[in-house]
Design a protein around this ligand. Structure first.
Ligand SMILES: [Zn+2]
Ligand SMILES: [Zn+2]
Length: 274
């Protein structure tokens, strides 16, 4: 059943989350987990002439998307050294290592700083949701204020030995994918369910390809929910997103970024006419 604004609001207030985030909890934490390839660590994008690294780009985008809430990147954690008990397996077709996504639920919550609204783990290694399922791009655990997503590899569902390769470069496609997934999963951590009203960032998807075909932005119903959490001015937020997306698009041009920028332009025109 579609989650209306009223339904979301009553669940959100009931959880007392509203009061918590109004007081001291105002930070979204991004937690890199385990190692990342050198091309990720060496990545640089210039933002208003200042060099921005990979994780700073993600946190910067989250800061404008969740306008009004701060975002911080925590120092990388090595799962083995921390002795986190995360179940592993090798995918039967791809033979790639995969980690059980649900094992991160309470583990990540246990390291959430006291001023944190939620914590989102980022990992290179594949994740899987249960023994009978192939792969999951990410999962958010609303009750535990924690979520995680992976991005290193192809999707085993579409695995083809001849053509499937691990990601080997940070390009426009990867940036698009990451911005979408990080915001989608974080919205779940604010209690937003999948959207059935309009074409929206919060639409459900059954494959990576489907997820990537959906928009980067929220529909009016989901935006209303997020505005209640973040208390932003819609114009200010769109202008900040536009500013960052223009920088990204100028260095990593992609049709999807130009479509998103045209959409933002139209929204801002409409809002300024009122
Ligand atoms: Zn989702
Ligand atoms: Zn929506």
């Amino acid at each position: 059943m579609a989650q209306t604004y009223i339904q979301w609001k009553s669940a959100y207030d009931l959880g007392k989350l509203y009061q918590i985030c109004q007081r001291e909890r105002r930070i979204i934490y991004i937690q890199p987990l385990d190692d990342f390839p050198d091309f990720i660590l060496d990545f640089k994008l210039s933002f208003h002439s200042a060099p921005t690294d990979f994780f700073s780009l993600l946190s910067h985008y989250c800061r404008v998307f969740f306008c009004g809430i701060d975002v911080e990147v925590l120092p990388k954690i090595d799962i083995c050294k921390k002795e986190w008990n995360i179940k592993k397996r090798h995918h039967p077709t791809t033979n790639k290592e995969q980690l059980l996504v649900t094992d991160f639920e309470t583990t990540l919550q246990s390291i959430l700083p006291v001023n944190g609204l939620c914590i989102l783990g980022i990992i290179w290694t594949d994740l899987y949701p249960s023994e009978d399922l192939n792969f999951v791009l990410g999962q958010a655990f609303f009750n535990h204020k924690s979520g995680i997503f992976c991005f290193g590899r192809f999707e085993p569902k579409t695995f083809d030995e001849a053509t499937s390769r691990d990601i080997s470069v940070v390009d426009a496609n990867l940036i698009w994918k990451l911005l979408k997934v990080i915001c989608h999963e974080t919205c779940h951590l604010f209690g937003l369910s999948h959207c059935e009203f309009f074409s929206c960032l919060m639409n459900a998807s059954s494959s990576v390809v489907e997820a990537l075909s959906q928009p980067l932005f929220l529909c009016p119903v989901c935006l209303h929910k997020l505005q209640e959490v973040c208390q932003f001015n819609i114009c200010t937020r769109y202008l900040e997103i536009q500013d960052l997306l223009k920088e990204i698009h100028s260095q990593f041009p992609h049709e999807r970024f130009s479509q998103s920028l045209s959409w933002l332009e139209k929204c801002l025109e409409f809002l300024n006419e009122k």
